[in-house]
Design a protein around this ligand. Structure first.
Ligand code: KG4
Ligand code: ZN
Length: 358
């Protein structure tokens, strides 16, 4: 059962824990949008030799780091656990071992301090993160959620009210960035490395496909683009920087085309919002800003460190849920199970394609 309500939803301090992939992160955030303290430990060095995240290594690293990081964040903020109103942890989707480490830690803290547990959908964390940074961002907004595991267009109508308009039928865009980096030997994580190299290249030098561009179906596809990058690289005919720039341009063309397609089918919401790791890419941000301007929408993307995985967004999603449910909030049950898959919009139609992400 959940813990008894004892929160004044207006002013709450939420401890957030994120451990769904390769970042161990803890943050304390208030319902008034103040990040009291945050720490993040990246596992890049552990996974780099393998060119991608190894789930077992990730889970072990989370287990080793999390408890001391929670202590450190409380100390940084100069508060004790008794001052915390709720414990929020990512409960999925993600690599299940890591998610379980974070969720079990949160349950133990919640139980020990008789504080409500908030089992947060990692995607909801990304989806609401722009509102932590920008008080003026009201519902509804059109969200492009682009990360290592997901590539979706969502209409965010309120807290807990998400309508998925498009998703990827194969790879996520972050995955395509990472694979492009791997092909070119740029290391892991690939997104920032590809972006750096692309800034020195010619984006029209290498002809690459724009999968599903102009298609009547709403979705994304990046597998064909990735294969085309591999073929172009193996041909040895192109400079790496030109290939990186051409890949990035092709990916951005797809994003803009698919967003235009979505906007043709709904009444235009006031804001276009980008979130998730790939939203840290400055060329992506510029292209979305231009699209928003053309469509008469406001463009909003959180600061770079809120785009990639972090715990402030998980704590903030907790604050949003508290504010929505009011003072009678009971918390999620302590037997809430970690979910490897957890779609934000359970009503969304399944899409064709094998490697469909949540
Ligand atoms: O949101 P995130 O930190 O983790 C997931 O939930 O997946 O996203 C990580 C992804 C990785 O694929 C990474 O390569 C990509 O975001 N990424 C970028 C950039 N920074 C991170 N992709 C393109 N350009 C960037 N600057
Ligand atoms: Zn993420």
């Amino acid at each position: 059962m959940g813990s008894q309500a004892r929160i004044s939803a207006g002013k709450a301090i939420v401890l957030g824990i994120e451990s769904s992939c390769d970042e161990t992160a803890v943050a304390l955030v208030t319902s008034e949008r103040v990040v009291l303290a945050e720490r993040i430990a990246s596992q890049e060095a552990e996974h780099a030799p393998y060119g991608g995240v190894v789930p077992e290594i990730a889970a072990r690293a989370h287990a080793e780091r999390l408890a001391p990081m929670i202590d450190a964040v409380l100390e940084d903020a100069g508060i004790g656990l008794e001052a915390v109103d709720a414990i929020a942890a990512t409960a999925g989707p993600g690599l299940i071992g890591g998610v379980m480490v974070g969720l079990v830690s949160a349950k133990a803290l919640a139980m020990a301090s008789d504080t409500p547990l908030l089992a947060i959908n990692h995607l909801e964390g990304h989806a609401l993160s722009p509102r932590l940074a920008d008080e003026a961002l009201a519902f509804p907004y059109l969200l492009l959620l682009v990360s290592g595991g997901h590539c979706q267009i969502l209409l965010v109508e309120g807290v807990g009210e998400y309508r998925r308009l498009a998703t990827t039928i194969d790879d996520a865009l972050g995955e395509a960035f990472d694979k492009t980096a791997k092909i070119m030997g740029l290391g892991y994580p690939g997104g920032p490395a590809v972006e750096r190299l692309a800034s020195k290249g010619d984006a029209v030098a290498v002809p690459l496909p724009r999968p599903l561009k102009g298609s009547r179906e709403p979705h994304f596809s990046f597998a064909g683009l990735k294969s085309a990058v591999l073929r172009a690289y193996e041909s040895g005919e192109h400079a790496d920087a030109d290939l990186a720039a051409s890949f990035q341009r092709a990916a951005i063309d797809c994003l803009v085309d698919r967003l235009d397609h979505a906007l043709e089918r709904i009444s235009t919401p006031p804001a276009l919002v980008a979130a998730g790791g790939v939203a840290a890419n400055l060329s992506v941000r510029r292209a979305l800003e231009a699209l928003a301007e053309r469509r008469g929408m406001r463009f909003c993307a959180p600061p770079l460190k809120l785009c990639t995985d972090n715990a402030a967004m998980i704590a903030w999603a907790g604050c949003e849920r508290l504010a929505k449910s009011g003072e009678l909030f009971e918390g999620d049950p302590l037997d809430f199970r970690a979910r490897p898959r957890w779609p934000l919009d359970p009503e969304a139609e399944a899409v064709r394609g094998a490697g469909v992400k949540a």
